[in-house]
Design a binder for this molecule. Structure first.
Ligand code: SF4
Length: 591
């Protein structure tokens, strides 16, 4: 029997762990072939490829990001070969199974819950006596039209599941994709918008076995390894042991990403990480969702924001671990103003990335079941994003989307860190106000519909600030120049601003710097740049504030400076050096 496990990933770099678990568990009795595509692949190409593999049975792993595309593929396959047996599983299809079987009659079986044992047992029945009613973790419609649903009876012992990480066919792709690792299943918390709240209890895989799998993945080229555990740090001893192992045995250049619950993280653990972890080895994803207590109560989310802030701040101060914080707009009783507060509370911690998500009413979750309590309206189809509720009309959702758009392009992309910091502290009343005003302007200008290059991002922000008549515009423009230049690996051909140092002054500066490089500090002098290097790999700009003071103290003090940016051709990094203009005042030609 020829069996394929397939899925449509959101992007090529993603990999699907579920089909690998099922393949590993089904062996040695069944030799399952894996076929992964992306949601961008045309359905015709996917169907052609699957058809050519000549399958008897195909299983699809379904999620909110792929369900609609997967349905198209299943319908086409069944038309071509009505005898082909199709089954589907995964979080998107595990709930409301009757509805799914009615909507997509091409699906022969739905796998409910964990798939490993259920799929293997199903394959035995397909190959053997076809007594499907004896199976657990499955739903289907009998020939006489009767609907049968048998939930999973017992959770699997995770240590009986063979490793899904070691298939030879994965090795060529390991360095190019994200490798996912699972050390536990389940989450002890009950957040009512989240699928993980439904399963009771947390089960762990054997630690030493997981360590061996991680060693294997690293040895075979994996460089981005993401832990899919819902809350990696529930057990402090487990997390500490794993952190220590990764610090001790990682191959340089590897990055490990974790979803952590910040308010339960002990300061000793962060102290340890701040001291022991190499910079860039770990990255934390932290769901904050909302700082509104009433909202958190309504979704049964226990969260101590003070402790969360302590953790995020300590990690940030340690400068070793990048943090990605998530918010959800649209939770119960979180209106526009309350969301603005949530945003500002979280932005105050200056996370490296802040992601605004919009509530999705996932099948099976408590919030979806009680949607009427808060007058939720949401999309009928995946991803079931909300379109409004009793306190957040669609107009406000549009406004928050405008914030999200520019937040992604500017803050999360780190293209203007100096400028944004100045804008959110010195110019706008709150960070949210900056992103809202600018986001609305962006939308009104129709920029959301056209592409942009780095220059455009600078020009558009500048245009917006100019139209707003922001009094600090000259300083902001200088900060934008510095941000623009430090975003380059190579000397840019033509910067986006017009006013430049005139030729004569520029020659004088270069002459002075060549003769006396220490004018720009000892570090610059130590570079020993030749005349040729200076002209080929540097740019000189004049700005209105004391650059050195700004870099050291983050403070703007009016005092004209000269900034030299060196685009180091060896490291492909740019380095910035500055001096006050009066250091050059002895030059007769400098005005
Ligand atoms: S949101 Fe996070 S903490 Fe809450 S139930 Fe889901 S996985 Fe657990």
């Amino acid at each position: 029997m020829n069996v394929i496990m397939s899925t449509l990933n959101a992007k090529y770099i993603h990999t699907n762990l579920a089909i690998r678990y099922i393949k590993a568990y089904a062996a040695p009795e069944f030799s399952i072939e894996m076929a992964e595509y992306t949601i961008k692949d045309p359905a015709m190409n996917i169907v052609t490829d699957l058809y050519r593999r000549n399958p008897d049975v195909i299983g699809f792993s379904c999620y909110i990001w792929n369900i609609e595309e997967t349905i198209q593929v299943m319908k086409m396959l069944k038309k071509i070969n009505p005898d082909l047996i199709l089954f589907a599983g995964g979080p998107e299809i595990t709930y409301d199974v009757k509805e799914w079987l009615e909507r997509v009659p091409e699906i022969d079986f739905i796998i409910i819950g964990e798939g490993e044992a259920a799929v293997k047992n199903l394959l035995f029945e397909i190959q053997g006596s076809k007594q499907y009613e004896n199976l657990d973790g499955i739903a289907f419609v009998k020939e006489d039209g009767t609907f049968v649903m048998k939930p999973q009876r017992e959770k699997l012992n995770l240590n009986e599941i063979p490793s899904p990480y070691r298939f030879p066919e994965d090795i060529p792709h390991l360095g190019k994709r994200i490798a996912y690792i699972e050390t536990s299943r389940g989450c002890p918390f009950s957040c009512q918008f989240c699928l993980s709240s439904i399963e009771v209890g947390v089960r762990y895989f054997d630690r030493e076995r997981i360590k061996d799998d991680i060693r294997y993945l690293m040895q075979h080229g994996a460089r981005v390894i993401k832990f899919v555990d819902r809350t990696f740090n529930i057990s402090r001893s487990y997390a500490m042991d794993m952190f220590q192992f990764l610090i001790d045995e990682h191959i340089p250049g590897t990055v490990f990403q974790f979803e952590i619950t910040a308010d339960i993280m002990r300061p000793e653990v962060i102290d340890f990480l701040n001291k022991q972890a190499p910079p860039g080895l770990f990255r934390f994803e932290i769901g904050v969702q909302s700082t509104n207590d009433r909202t958190n109560e309504l979704v049964m989310r226990r969260q101590n924001f003070e402790k969360l802030t302590r953790t995020v701040t300590m990690v940030k101060d340690g400068q070793k671990i990048d943090q990605h914080l998530d918010l959800i707009a649209g939770l119960p009783e979180e209106d526009y103003h309350s969301f603005k507060k949530t945003f500002n509370d979280v932005f105050a911690m200056r996370p490296e990335e802040l992601q605004l998500g919009f509530l999705k009413m996932l099948r099976g979750t408590g919030l979806r079941l009680r949607a009427k309590d808060h007058n939720y309206v949401y999309m009928n189809h995946a991803p079931y994003e909300i379109l409004g509720n009793n306190v957040l009309p669609f107009d406000d959702i549009i406004r928050i989307k405008q914030v999200e758009d520019v937040l992604e392009k500017y803050w999360n992309a780190h293209r203007m860190d100096y400028t944004l910091e100045y804008l959110v502290t010195e110019v706008f009343e709150t960070p949210f106000d900056l992103f809202q005003d600018f986001g609305s302007h962006w939308d009104e200008q129709g920029w959301a519909r056209i592409g942009h290059q780095l220059e455009d991002l600078f020009k558009r922000l500048y245009q917006f600030l100019e139209e707003k008549n922001v009094p600090q515009l000259p300083v902001i423009k200088d900060l934008m120049k510095v941000d623009y230049l430090r975003n380059h690996k190579y000397k840019p051909r033509k910067p986006w601003w017009d006013e430049r140092i005139d030729k004569q002054n520029l020659t004088s500066y270069y002459q002075a710097i060549a003769e006396q490089p220490a004018l720009l500090g000892e570090d610059f002098a130590a570079l020993g740049l030749s005349d040729k290097d200076l002209h080929k790999h540097t740019i000189i700009e004049s700005i209105s504030f004391d650059f050195t003071h700004f870099i050291q103290h983050g403070e703007i003090v009016e005092n004209a400076s000269v900034v030299l940016v060196y685009f180091n051709p060896k490291t492909l990094q740019c380095e910035l050096y500055g001096a006050r203009k009066d250091a050059f005042s002895h030059l007769p030609s400098v005005s």
